[in-house]
Design a protein around this ligand. Structure first.
Ligand SMILES: Cc1cc2nc3c(=O)[nH]c(=O)nc-3n(C[C@H](O)[C@H](O)[C@H](O)COP(=O)(O)OP(=O)(O)OC[C@H]3O[C@@H](n4cnc5c(N)ncnc54)[C@H](O)[C@@H]3O)c2cc1C
Length: 530
């Protein structure tokens, strides 16, 4: 009896302690005031968290998913690591721009990389003819000269422009104050890439080849800024690399470092609202899906701007502003095919293969569902255990969000059998198409998986599942090149929708955003002198 009484008292005591602890923890949670709360753990969010936590800011990153990294996420099937949004990068040779960024972010020694074939990092097949993009300015020109012997001047003019734009971008790092004031890269944003290419050569075939990099940034010819086209291509011509065993390593390293700097990273923490203070003058907290509020002095959003401003109810965010943002055309989405290969059946290709089925490489100009697919990019991911055979391959091709309207209101794994059938049908068409280049591929496929723009929409929060978010428009730079600051004074934007997409573009964006906190000169000096 006594024993039973003791057990009861103990149980009651235990639950009382639990209640007190819960109240204490909840109160404690509510009273933490971070210096900066960052919504979204994509590359931009993590890099800002890295910089600011390193500089002594008390930061908290909130990620809605259980996996961190946004487009840096990978998934594993049949022992193959598949990247979802990271295939190759440029500028990682010693001293080059991304190399300096990686050094500053502590990534150089920790992320495994492999340089692509110097003679051909991108092989382009346009309407049955094959061309090679090589690394190094001279090799790039010499390779193309073999096929375009009469176009030496045009090729040299093209490379001269690559270098001009690279120099203007360098200024950003070396003379930040000048870069911020004079905006040396802005004029290249306002020039049209295709107009420039047409101005240096009348040769239609060469115009297409020099436009080839467009297949990387999914632009329309009338809108593509010269800057976007050339910065990305320049970095790859400088040197082109793959991450070995997946790009998630970048996120892993950044997360470790942020935590070492004392930063907090929370998964499964979806932000549902940026909560304004009672005077409606600034954000005071973010509200998470389950009601909890996370308070901070300043807020950075690494999620799509359309989504960011949907989460703010304030007089500061005027309708004209949100209309302007909502009106920006999105880059088209992609259908991805992830193939697990039979052992030692397919060679590892140390280059990317781009196929365009017609004369127009500006595929987004002429996209038609009935002609799907009009081309694709194929590559074999790099693994640490072999560089002879590929364990897996990936192919990606354009897919318009509108082709998926029937399932627009569905969520992951709950889209129904007709969606599965749609994906299967598309995968089979794509495999047939790829087999024209790689006969017998089908027999080498052990298993395949697919994703659509809806997958990207639901995993990374990209508006309309677009591959790179907002499409920059050289005719309307001010509308499509979003500033870091808005009318909400303590909110800052980062990620692929400011400045530029991709690892290089987002890294530049993270520095620009963080410069608003710690000062441009101070930060860029650190990056340059690390
Ligand atoms: C198919 C594909 C291929 C690509 N290939 C390359 C390549 O080869 N080379 C290259 O350099 N770049 C490539 N990119 C582009 C590159 O991956 C992106 O530009 C970059 O990773 C985007 O980073 P980000 O910081 O903008 O954030 P994102 O990656 O967009 O991440 C945003 C994060 O925010 C989270 N989030 C969204 N809403 C909320 C919310 N309400 N609350 C909390 N969290 C939220 C999301 O879950 C996500 O984790 C590719 C992209 C795609 C899609």
């Amino acid at each position: 009896m006594l024993c039973l009484l003791f057990v009861n008292i103990q149980a009651e005591l235990f639950s009382a302690v639990k209640i007190i602890l819960t109240i204490f923890t909840n109160n404690f949670k509510q009273t933490i005031m971070y210096d900066v709360v960052i919504t979204g753990s994509g590359l931009g969010g993590l890099q800002c968290a890295y910089i600011l936590s390193k500089e002594g800011y008390n930061v908290c990153v909130l990620e809605k998913h259980h996996q961190l990294g946004g487009c840096l996420q990978t998934f594993v099937r049949n022992n193959c690591i598949f990247d979802t949004g990271m295939h190759y990068v440029g500028g990682l040779d010693e001293g080059q721009m991304l190399w300096r960024f990686f050094k500053y972010f502590g990534l150089l020694d920790k992320v495994k990389m492999r340089q692509l074939n110097k003679d051909v990092f991108d092989m382009l097949e346009i309407n049955g003819r094959t061309y090679k993009y090589a690394q190094g300015y001279d090799r790039f020109v010499d390779n193309l000269l073999e096929q375009f012997p009469n176009d030496k001047k045009a090729l040299n003019d093209f490379v001269a422009m690559l270098k001009n734009i690279a120099n203007a971008t360098e200024l950003f790092l070396n003379k930040p104050s000048q870069a911020f004031e004079d905006k040396p890269t802005l004029k290249y944003f306002e020039h049209n890439a295709f107009d420039f290419i047409k101005s240096i050569t009348d040769n239609n075939e060469l115009q297409q080849i020099l436009s080839g990099a467009n297949t990387l940034h999914f632009h329309k010819s009338a809108k593509a800024p010269l800057y976007v086209h050339m910065v990305i291509l320049n970095s790859l011509v400088e040197s082109a690399w793959r991450f070995v065993d997946g790009g998630h390593q970048i996120a892993d390293v950044l997360v470790d470092e942020i935590q070492k700097h004392g930063g907090t990273i929370r998964k499964n923490a979806e932000v549902e609202e940026f909560v304004m203070n009672s005077n409606d003058t600034a954000i005071e907290a973010v509200r998470l899906k389950h009601g909890e509020r996370v308070h901070a002095k300043k807020f950075i959003s690494d999620i799509h701007p359309v989504k960011t401003f949907e989460l703010i109810e304030s007089k500061l965010v005027r309708k004209v502003f949100t209309n302007r943002i909502n009106d920006i055309e999105q880059t088209i989405g992609v259908f991805s095919l992830y193939v697990v290969l039979e052992k030692n059946s397919f060679p590892y290709l140390n280059y990317n293969y781009f196929n365009c089925n017609n004369d127009n490489i500006w595929v987004a100009d002429v996209y038609k569902e009935v002609e799907w697919p009009s081309g694709y990019m194929l590559f074999t991911p790099a693994t640490s255990h072999t560089d002879k055979y590929a364990d897996c391959l990936m192919a990606i091709t354009f897919m318009d969000y509108n082709d998926l309207k029937a399932w627009e209101n569905t969520t992951v794994e709950k889209r129904g059998e007709d969606y599965k059938a749609f994906k299967k049908e598309k995968a089979e068409i794509l495999i047939d198409f790829i087999e024209r280049k790689y006969p017998g591929l089908r027999k080498k496929i052990k298993k395949y998986y697919t994703s659509t723009p809806l997958t990207y929409r639901d995993y990374t929060g990209t508006h309309q599942g677009s591959i790179y978010g907002n499409m920059r428009d050289c005719n309307n730079t001010m509308k499509t090149l979003l500033p870091v600051r808005s009318k909400v004074p303590n909110l800052y934007l980062t990620g692929q929708n400011i400045n530029l997409h991709g690892v290089l573009g987002v890294s530049m964006g993270s520095l620009i955003t963080s410069a608003h906190f710690v000062g441009g000169k101070y930060l860029f000096d650190k990056v340059n002198n690390v």
